[in-house]
Write a protein that binds this ligand. Sequence first.
Ligand SMILES: [Zn+2]
Length: 250
Amino acid sequence: MNRTAAFERSARVAGLRASGRVSEALAALNAALDDHGDEPAVLRESLRLALLVGEPELALGVHGRLLALGGADALRGLEAALARLRLELPGREVESPPRGSGKKRAAWLEQDDGNALAPAELTEIRASSPGGGIRYEIRAGCPWCEAPQRLSVRMSLLLDRDWLCPSCFGRIALRYEGVRDFLRRRHPLLVSDGAYDWNEAFLGLLRDLGTPREENGGQHETPSLCRELNQQYVFFLSQALTRRLYGSES
Ligand SMILES: [Zn+2]
């Protein structure tokens, strides 16, 4: 019974991790560790999350704990994570799970140096303005395994980030050039050098943001209209800056 409960808790952590909700996964893991700190399924999630948050020494310690509990068998399913751990801590001893677990090798492991970095495949950039600032939520796909990635960034899209895919542990990069190319494709009016129709761009943004302009039979209530205009203003100002930053580059 205890083991079943531990397995269910670790499956919940794994689901949050795989959908890119790493901080929620960490909170769920902490709670699971309190009740099931010696269960291999929970410890395997602990190893994966330690790697994702940049704590390879901690991951190595969990790897030792798993070996002590169940030998190499306890490492089943961790092929990609352990391959990543070896690259993070060269020269340290990292055991392998028994062969023949039937899982396909992670795509990034097929690269020559085993440590390749590939650009994120952007699918969506949304803006919001909680508390008056601006926050972008960026959705992308892993270039190695297509797992969904979520990033939340404040203020600026001048990005230069690397991270590990929470599903396959491949390395993913997001550079401002990638964001610029995405904006050029998806919002050409906002980043073009040519004639610029602010009104059309603004209406396009309202459409893209799914703003309900016809709510209440076409009449907005004043508070919600003010809030909306404020959000649109912040968003639009930011996009105008983005255009200056990205649009002037050839
Ligand atoms: Zn991946």
